[in-house]
Design a protein around this ligand. Structure first.
Ligand code: HGY
Ligand code: MN
Ligand code: MN
Length: 441
């Protein structure tokens, strides 16, 4: 059956099969808007198209923010936005912004979108689902000649994976020091922003104030395994964790690995290894859903026959409570002091500028998402996000909320990241219908 015919038949009920064999019941209501549905095939094919940018020969994605692959992917996406009539522009933080007029352009815009940059060796759905899903909403409104009351904005935030830089800048949270921080691409944040068409010297002019956006929505994969395990189709995000990063520098003394007795050593890697274990012990020593990770490590000089003199590691702590993050970090500092003393090394922590505060999402929007998902026949669950998102910054200036779909196997930030076409379609339909509900609200 032609999709267009499928959409126009207002009383049709269609059954599809979701990721875990659940039934996707889609009942049409009379009002034209409520009958609108996204084109799942177009979403899926665009996800695969976007995945090609930065894909290496072994199928590993390297579309890290500010790299050539990111620049090319942004060009591709911007062209699609242009074709959809959004007249995309790039703000001084490098965010891509498309606008669609409403019936009443005195109203503030309903904004939605996500990011298209990825972590090194990441997956194809994190950020891209929310970006392509947002574009799909515009495509359907265009195809069905629906004009919303509010103007609409599609926003693709820059460098989400390197510290939600674009959304932080939009709410005035990027400092000069933050622009100097080195990004995963090797460029500083400021250099990277310039490389993608922004202007770090004028970063202030991208700032939006409270009230500039009527509501913000982000569709995203869960990146965990709860929805799949509990066979739930749509997650309604209640809160997003805060994230703090530290560079940890462990200094010992390089020396001959053969001629230096074991009790004469100041082995930086041995001390660092004990600290990694201590981090895990501290984080797991208190009840709750906090997480702590040492995700990167560099050893100097790095030779079989030299006792490591210096180690640099990356420490990350996340939790819904900023106070808890501080408490856990203090405990880790105490353990580090004991390890340094015992190993005759020196351990210091350098807190990184681009941290994210924890954020609760807007209660009314949560209810609208849940009601919309239920009206589409989907099961729902209120939950927190262990991943950070642009939404937690936009939420400082506007009512903001997130829609989750299941991640197969709960895997993310990995080439094994996967969400099914039907779950992506379900999520995009909830995004579409929630936007229409907010617009009427
Ligand atoms: O790291 C995160 O939580 C997010 O995927 N940027
Ligand atoms: Mn993301
Ligand atoms: Mn991510």
């Amino acid at each position: 059956m032609q999709r267009r015919q499928f959409i126009q038949n207002a009383s049709l009920t269609a059954l599809g099969i979701t990721a875990f064999g659940g039934i996707k019941a889609v009942t049409r209501s009379a009002a034209a808007g409520n009958a609108l549905r996204v084109n799942g095939k177009r979403i899926e094919s665009r996800i695969f198209e976007l995945a090609k940018f930065g894909m290496d020969a072994n199928g590993h994605g390297t579309r890290v923010a500010f790299t050539q692959a990111d620049i090319e992917a942004r060009k591709w996406f911007t062209a699609l936005m242009q074709r959809a009539g959004l007249n995309p522009t790039i703000d001084t933080a490098g965010n891509i912004i498309g606008r669609r007029k409403g019936k009443n352009n005195a109203l503030k815009p309903i904004a939605f979108g996500s990011h298209i940059d990825m972590v090194p060796d990441g997956g194809n759905y994190d950020g891209t689902l929310g970006s392509i899903g947002a574009l799909e909403v515009i495509e359907i409104l265009n195809e069905q000649n629906v004009i919303t009351e509010h103007p609409l904005e599609l926003i693709i935030f820059s460098n989400e994976e390197g510290g939600t830089i674009g959304s932080k800048a939009m709410v005035g949270d990027i400092t000069k020091e933050g622009l100097q921080q080195r990004s995963q691409s090797g460029l500083t944040m400021g250099e990277g922003i310039r490389a993608i068409g922004g202007n770090p010297d004028d970063i202030q002019s991208c700032i939006r104030k409270k009230g500039d956006i009527h509501a913000w929505l982000e569709l995203h994969i869960e990146q965990g395994g709860i929805l799949e395990k509990e066979k739930i189709q749509i997650g309604v995000v209640e809160g997003i964790v805060g994230i703090v990063h530290w560079e940890v520098i462990v200094e010992g003394f390089s020396n001959h690995a053969g001629a230096t007795q074991m009790n004469m050593r100041q082995d930086a890697l041995l001390a660092a290894s004990k600290l990694v274990i201590a981090v895990n012990e501290v984080i797991t020593s208190v009840k709750g859903t906090q997480v702590g990770t040492v995700g990167k490590i560099a050893v100097q000089p790095g030779a079989y026959n030299v006792i490591p003199g210096k180690v640099q590691m990356g420490l990350e702590i996340r939790d819904l409570s900023a106070e808890k993050i501080e408490m856990l970090f203090k405990e880790i500092e105490k353990r580090a002091a004991m390890i340094a003393k015992a190993s005759k090394t020196n351990i210091r922590f350098e807190r990184q500028p681009n941290e994210s505060k924890p954020a609760l999402t807007d209660k009314k929007l949560q209810q609208t998402i849940q009601a919309t998902a239920k009206s589409l026949g989907f099961s729902t669950k209120f939950m927190q996000s262990g991943a950070g998102h642009d939404t937690q910054h936009v939420g400082m200036i506007a009512p903001a909320a997130m829609i989750f779909i299941p991640s197969v196997g709960g895997i993310s930030h990995s080439p094994k990241e996967f969400s099914t076409a039907i779950d992506m379609e379900n999520g995009a339909n909830v995004l579409l219908q929630t936007i229409l509900a907010i617009d009427k609200g």
